[in-house]
Design a protein around this ligand. Sequence first.
Ligand code: BG6
Ligand code: MG
Length: 214
Amino acid sequence: MKFQAVIFDLDGVICFTDEYHYRAWKAMADGMGIYFDRTINNRLRGVSRMASLEIVLEKYDGPALSQADKERLAAQKNDIYRESLHEMSTADLSDEVKETLDGLRAMGLKLAIGSSSKNTPFILGQIGLAGYFDAVSDGNNITRSKPDPEVFVKAAQMLGIAPERCLVVEDAVSGAEAGHAGGMKVACLGDAAKNGAGDWNMESIRELLDIVKE
Ligand code: BG6
Ligand code: MG
């Protein structure tokens, strides 16, 4: 097999927290009188919390904000987002995703997470995947946000597998760019697939079971 490992983005690939991110940013933006819509939200996919805030603030035209103000706004968004995460359970892990993960593992592939989110450990716990992956690289161990390849390069290093033997799975254009910048092939879902950002642009995550055999 061409690939020895599959590195999954989390939000929008393993579970659908992307809608919760949207609602939390929308609530924060509405509170500040900042225009925010789903088109702007698509630009936040894969992007770290503070880099996302800067994109949201492009539509802000009030008094200058200090770094402390920005941190308060990001914390406000995260508090709203975390409330949604508390509602998540193992029911938020679809059969489609779990069967695909188990199928890939049964084929001998190593499985990792490569997510920009600092909430990754909490989310994995909520959906019953704590301890499931062979490596977890997330927003807590990186200094540069996607499209920088750092999060995927670190995941490959944790696994001890060369980048060209890793397949990245992404729903964000920034994430697909990050995978390619790290020397990896990328299979896309959702928004990134619609934009043709991947080497494969999938309708269902189950397609991975065939892609890794190619
Ligand atoms: C990514 C999401 O997975 O994580 C982004 O696609 C989000 O939308 C980023 O901004 C950071 O998430 P968190 O949970 O650390 O705020
Ligand atoms: Mg994503």
